[in-house]
Structures are given as structure tokens and as C-alpha cells.
Design a protein around this ligand. Structure first.
Ligand code: ZN
Length: 378
């Protein structure tokens, strides 16, 4: 478990070299589970805690799933599922029991799931998964270089049998029966961008090239407000000046009209209520560090409807919504075979979709995965 830590924060300090390295166009056998062919390790700052965090991702046996533990936790791994998801602002967090809370798992979860990794054992120090460059690109690169090893156990997917939707005051997440995993995501919550929409089938190659490079984004004024509430600002600035600056930052957002493609409509006939158990896990009540590690280079900074330094895609913010959605859907514990239509999805709402769907076994069944994804080298 784990070698020495070295190198600068945010860089990959050790990468596994798998014998069964997967390349473009290499078709996998189709129905078997897969794990990594070799471990890899990353050290870097967390987006919210700002602390230097270390993560070791190792191969795991069939039917292990994706499990996490912390270094201070002696032996037990906790399965990364919706059952242990806990409320957290602007991230997906898991309760690892004696290991404490682990934040910002969504980009790593989306990468493992979308690259076809069923089983992996993840050990973390620092309480958060490193944010790296704000995207899932580095994770896909590490998984691709580690390689993928097939295992003698069948992969099963959660196949949706009927439309199912949950919603809140701002948006909805709906699943529809489909023979593969497709998404259709729209958002108008990005000031200055109008309506953004991305839709397509999710396979490893599409994920790697079209979704993974999209970065976490933060409005400059939101990041500025977080900075004003940081320990450093508390120490350096007198309270009245800090408060004035903080209030003024609310006037710096630019909002323009919605001009993009029409988002998909909610469908009341398949809407389901959200249970009290799930609702209680959607709202953050306890204070927690927020954006202490946010810097240009770790997030895409949005100012006045533009991404400072340029966007990786014209619709980069909605692609990142897709990335976060896939990471949260991965908490179902198995691949989903469904078309997911989402308007303004949040981490909490996607969690509600998964939790409520899993609580209704009459709406889905486990089926052998028809064709295993192909992993791609970076
Ligand atoms: Zn994200």
C-alpha cells in the first residue's frame, strides 16, 4: 500500500504501468468486470479544504466495487454508494465511518465508471480527493496508463424499466429506458452563458475526449467572496472593510438572457416524490470549508459570461455538469443502462434520483452488460 510521496502538489507522483494497456479501438470482451492492471498514486490540493491530499488507487477483486478508506482507518473499505453519501456544498461527500468524511469524489468516480473500471480500492489522506486541474482529464490519463485488467466475473448493469423523475425548485433529473447509457443535460444557471445543452451516448472514448477535459467552474465573484471569508482575509482585513467588499461582490455578476437550445421538459407523469430520508441528506446544515483551494489553474474562473484564459469547449460549463452527473450516478454502484435527461442538475438532486430509484426495485432490474466499454490510453 502506497509508496513514498514526492513531487510538487497537484502533479502525479507515481503511475502504475499495466501490462494490459488499453489503446484506441481495442474492444474489450464485453461482459466481464474489470479492474486496474496496476495501481497509481496522486498528491494535490483539495478544492474545498485547500489541504494537500494523497490518493492511492489500487486493483481490487471481482464484485468489490469502488471502495474508499482513509489512511487513519485501519482496514475497512467503505463501498462508494448513495447509502453513505452525506450533504456537502458544491461537492459529493461520503461518510467513511471511523475514517471521517471524504469530499469531492465525483470526478474520480465518473472517471472510473466511464472508463469501465468496476473494482478499485482507493486509499486517501487529507479528507478530499485532489482537484488537479479541475477536470477529469488527469484521472482518465492515469487510468489509461495503469491499464485495465479483465476479471472472471460478469458485469451487470442497472437497466431502467420505466421513466422515473425527481425534481426540485430549480431542475429535474429523469431516467428513461434505453439500451445503453446516454445523457441530455441542459442548464441556464451560468450567468452570461444563456442556455447550454449537451447530449450524447457515454462510452469511454466520448467521455475521455468530450467530457473529461471540462473543468470545475466558479464565478469570479463567488470565488472572491470565498476568499474574503478565508482565514487569511480574516487575519489581514479589518471586519468592516471585509464586509463592505463582500457585499459589493454581489453586484459584479453579469446576467444575460437565455438564447441557447430549448432544454428538455419535465414530465409530471413520471415524477416521484423525494422521501424524507433522502431530503434530509440533500441539505447542508453543518459548516464546512468551501473553496479554500480554488485558484486559477484548478478551476475555470468565469467573469461576465467569459472563462478567463479561454474555454476548452464553447459549452464547457454544461459538459462539466455532465461530468458531475456521471460521478454522482456512479454512486448507484453499477453502470446505468438508461437515458438520463437533466435540467440544472445539482449534486443533491442527482443523489436524490439515485437514492429514490434504488428504493423502487420495480422500476429497474440487473442485466448482464451487453458490451463492456473500451478504455483508452491518454
Ligand atoms: Zn465537478
Amino acid at each position: 500500500m502506497g509508496g513514498g510521496i514526492g513531487g510538487e502538489a497537484g502533479r502525479h507522483v507515481r503511475e502504475g504501468r499495466g501490462k494490459d494497456r488499453c489503446g484506441h479501438g481495442r474492444a474489450a470482451s464485453g461482459e466481464d468486470q474489470a479492474t486496474l492492471a496496476a495501481p497509481f498514486e496522486v498528491v494535490g490540493p483539495g478544492l474545498h479544504t485547500g489541504r494537500t491530499c494523497r490518493v492511492i488507487v489500487e486493483p481490487a477483486p471481482p464484485d468489490f466495487g469502488i471502495r474508499f478508506r482513509t489512511l487513519r482507518q485501519a482496514a475497512d473499505f467503505t463501498p462508494a454508494t448513495w447509502r453513505v453519501r452525506v450533504p456537502s456544498r458544491m461537492s459529493t461527500a461520503l461518510d467513511l465511518g471511523a475514517g471521517g468524511r471524504l469530499r469531492t469524489v465525483e470526478h474520480l468516480m465518473a472517471s472510473l465508471a466511464s472508463c469501465g473500471i468496476d473494482n478499485a480500492a482507493v486509499t486517501v489522506a487529507g479528507g478530499e480527493i485532489p482537484i488537479l486541474d479541475g477536470s477529469a482529464g488527469p484521472w482518465c490519463g492515469l487510468i489509461g496508463r495503469a491499464g485495465l485488467r479483465r476479471q472472471a466475473a460478469a458485469r451487470h448493469a442497472i437497466a431502467l424499466l420505466a421513466p422515473f423523475e425527481v425534481s426540485d425548485a430549480h431542475g429535474f433529473v429523469r431516467g428513461e429506458p434505453c439500451d445503453r447509457c446516454c445523457v441530455d443535460v441542459s442548464t441556464d444557471r451560468m450567468p452570461g452563458f444563456g442556455v447550454l445543452r449537451w447530449s450524447g451516448a457515454i462510452d469511454p472514448e466520448t467521455f475521455r475526449s468530450a467530457i473529461a477535459p471540462s473543468r470545475s467552474f466558479g464565478n469570479a465573484s463567488v470565488l472572491w467572496r470565498a476568499a474574503l471569508r478565508s482565514r487569511l482575509a480574516t487575519r489581514l482585513l479589518p471586519p468592516d472593510l471585509r464586509h463592505r467588499l463582500w457585499l459589493r461582490s454581489f453586484h459584479s455578476q453579469t446576467v444575460t438572457g437565455c438564447t441557447g437550445p430549448t432544454p428538455a421538459e419535465p414530465r409530471p407523469e413520471c415524477q416521484h416524490p423525494i422521501s424524507p430520508w433522502t431530503l434530509s441528506r440533500m441539505t447542508v446544515t453543518a459548516p464546512e470549508p468551501l473553496l479554500r483551494g480554488a485558484r486559477p489553474g484548478r478551476v475555470a474562473v468565469v467573469l461576465g459570461g467569459r472563462i478567463l484564459g479561454g474555454a476548452r469547449f464553447p459549452d464547457e460549463p454544461v459538459r462539466h455538469r455532465v461530468l458531475d452527473l456521471l460521478g454522482d450516478l456512479a454512486l448507484a454502484g453499477r453502470p446505468l443502462r438508461a437515458r438520463i435527461v437533466a435540467n440544472c442538475p445539482t449534486h443533491a438532486l442527482t443523489f436524490a434520483f439515485v437514492a429514490e430509484l434504488m428504493a423502487r426495485p420495480e422500476l429497474w432490474r440487473l442485466e448482464p452488460a451487453p458490451a463492456a466499454p473500451r478504455a483508452s490510453a491518454a
